[in-house]
Design a protein around this ligand. Sequence first.
Ligand SMILES: Cc1cc2nc3c(=O)[nH]c(=O)nc-3n(C[C@H](O)[C@H](O)[C@H](O)COP(=O)(O)O)c2cc1C
Length: 191
Amino acid sequence: MMVLGLQGSPREKGNTAFLLSAFMREAKKLGAQTHVIEVDKKNIIPCREYTVCSKKGFCPIDDDMKNEIYPLLCKADVIVVATPIFFYHTTAQLKALIDRCQVFWARKYLLKLSDPDPKFRRGFLLALGASKGEKLFDGVHLTVKYFFDAVGASYYGSLTYRQISNPGDMEKHPTVLKDVKKAVSALLQPF
Ligand SMILES: Cc1cc2nc3c(=O)[nH]c(=O)nc-3n(C[C@H](O)[C@H](O)[C@H](O)COP(=O)(O)O)c2cc1C
């Protein structure tokens, strides 16, 4: 089983990176193969709305989406989206990746093309932000649910944390490692 993590924060040793690496460590312990994409380090050109995907089912932009990330999204059995909240949403880097997945949406809903190797994928969200805001994760939940649907994954669940601000805050959270262990063992139950 391949678990693909999308690390959406530009901070290399920040809270999101800590949370995702704890998650992936747990997945590895349960026998999964893991792969993390540091989204900020990739060359991802934002969607230019050429609409080639709507007509022909592929994206003509030549960058890391085409050469690396689309193939990994197709190969993954589980996709884990990890992001800090930036203005009630994902980071811009991660949003660019998500927007470029319009090609999957167009293939599925406009062109009715079925994946030649259809499989049952699961999607999981990890998100954190500095404030206590009640609606802090509303925006990201909505986007991620539609992203998972486009890439053929069923939304399985999330771990979200408020009042996480400075690097090191996530690590100090009293229940995070227990939460991760419980979530990963449920997520990796036989499909
Ligand atoms: C551009 C920017 C926008 C942010 N917007 C929000 C926000 O809307 N709500 C919030 O609670 N925190 C917000 N934050 C705080 C981050 O979510 C918080 O510091 C988080 O712990 C950063 O995670 P990281 O260490 O993984 O990068 C924002 C931070 C930045 C830099």
